[in-house]
Design a protein around this ligand. Sequence first.
Ligand SMILES: [Zn+2]
Length: 317
Amino acid sequence: MKRMFLGLMILLFAGCTGDGCTGEGKNARGGQKKWGGKLPIRVVATTGMIADLAENIGGERLRVEALMGAGVDPHLYKATASDITKLNGADIIFYNGLNLEGKMGDLFVRISRGNPFVIAVTEEMDPNTLLEPPAFQGHYDPHVWFDVMLWAQAAKRIEKGLIELDPKGEADYKAGGAKLAQKLKDLHQWSRNRSKELPEQKRILVTSHDAYNYFGRAYGFEVVGLQGISTVTQAGLADIAKMVDFTMRNKIKAIFVETSVSPKAIQRVRDDARARGWDVQIGGELFSDAMGKEGTPEGTYEGMVRHNLNTIVEASK
Ligand SMILES: [Zn+2]
């Protein structure tokens, strides 16, 4: 009897030193596994723009996966079963926050409870630098990546999170972060110069949804979105009529569709303006809430920013 008891104790004890022990490998962070020190670190990001920053900072120490690929609208996106598996298997999670991932908000609130490695990359941005357009009804505009210098702050937040998780990699993350910061500074300067190729009165950007307010502020464009701040609300006939008037009044040469939003409403504006005698063009396709396909130049954050500005400037000249 005594021997059996001892054996049981050993068994229990042995069980508690291994991986299978309840409590071991888990912590108070909502049952999320703590990173065990194994490289590469599994990083899950919601959008491609966030994944791109993490890859630039962490390089080979990370294996970065974005949940939302090309053409995906984050406002409407719901996590799939396989996303949940990916999120559960992640060592660190980065999401945009500011309600961009509208349908996943509750999910992130739940899994971030007590977990310092579920990080909204916008969380430490100075509220004074954030926009709060009336259409957002008291919420901040989440489309911060279109002000390149604001996005550089998101990069800083990612760098900080990675160093906290993996202090041994600090030198690498700092080096990657510094290189990225320089790249973003150059991209910002390029964007400012490219914008100035258009005279001020031609710097008006008409597009489907209000994704470009930060872009407008940073690079001197008046921005007019056809549908509200999120794509959840559809543009109504009154919005379309107002936009046709605006386009004619300001003699706008080109308006733009977006890769992650249905082009129908913008096409309708063009058709209605033409019917009233103003020949406005669809100036091209802009990337707003998703980057281009992987492996193409637009499949990177930098490529996306350059593509947008080149498209806008060339069509509006
Ligand atoms: Zn959007």
